[in-house]
Design a protein around this ligand. Structure first.
Ligand code: URA
Length: 217
């Protein structure tokens, strides 16, 4: 078989540096072309927070404000999440925030910059960055916000809605020993938009309390 022809058609891979800390990862991430999302996003949105951190939160993708500012969870849903973490007893300044994909996925040619869910291929292309963040941050608990993060981390068939609040060990394929525990909850955007916001907010705080408890030992 002609190997050179095979390699010339291979998709680019994420240029994750072998060593270094968050600053090196951030710089390398800015050059990532492992999927096509970078072409439409204004900026890349790296994970952010202290290293190490006892808790990591994984969302789906940067939204409009995050795409503008280059920082995760800084828009309205992000603020709601930060408040819910604090209400659950988890100081948001002690949490590492990140997303499954580090560029926004906008609906094509939509002047309002609405989002659609990242595809599985896009999530897979971005996985090496999340692996690296997990190695750097070494969290005790990983909070997964909704179906896209739950399936990207726990496997494509994972029933995120049915398993809300479940505590599931991070699969060995992520290479962390000891493995942190994951807690699945909902997207903060869904709480922010809900007609029963108070009730949904209280349920989000309840899930985050489970995560808080897991950081304590
Ligand atoms: N902000 C983010 O950065 N990610 C989300 O999933 C939601 C809001």
């Amino acid at each position: 078989m002609d190997e050179s022809r095979l390699s010339s058609t291979t998709e680019p891979t994420a240029p994750v540096p072998d060593g270094g800390g968050p600053a090196q990862v951030r710089d390398a991430l800015a050059t990532c072309r492992a999927c096509s999302l970078w072409e439409h996003a204004s900026t890349v949105v790296p994970g952010r927070g202290p290293v190490p951190a006892r808790a990591m939160v994984v969302g789906e993708q940067p939204l409009r404000t995050e795409n503008r500012l280059g920082r995760p969870f800084t828009g309205r849903a992000g603020m709601l999440l930060r408040r819910a973490l604090a209400d659950a007893g988890l100081d948001p300044d002690g949490v590492w925030f990140t997303n499954v994909v580090k560029h926004s996925r906008f609906v094509d040619d939509d002047p309002e910059q609405r989002h659609e869910k990242p595809s599985r291929a896009q999530a897979a292309a971005c996985r090496p960055w999340l692996e690296r963040e997990l190695q750097l941050v070494r969290p005790k608990v990983v909070v997964l916000l909704g179906r896209v993060p739950a399936q990207a981390v726990l496997g494509k068939g994972f029933p995120a809605r049915r398993q809300r609040g479940a505590q599931v060990e991070l699969p060995p394929s992520w290479g962390l020993d000891p493995a942190p525990t994951t807690v699945v909850t909902v997207r903060p955007t869904s709480v922010h938009r809900s007609r029963q916001r108070e009730k949904d907010y209280a349920e989000l705080v309840r899930d985050l309390r489970l995560a808080r408890d897991l950081t304590l030992y």
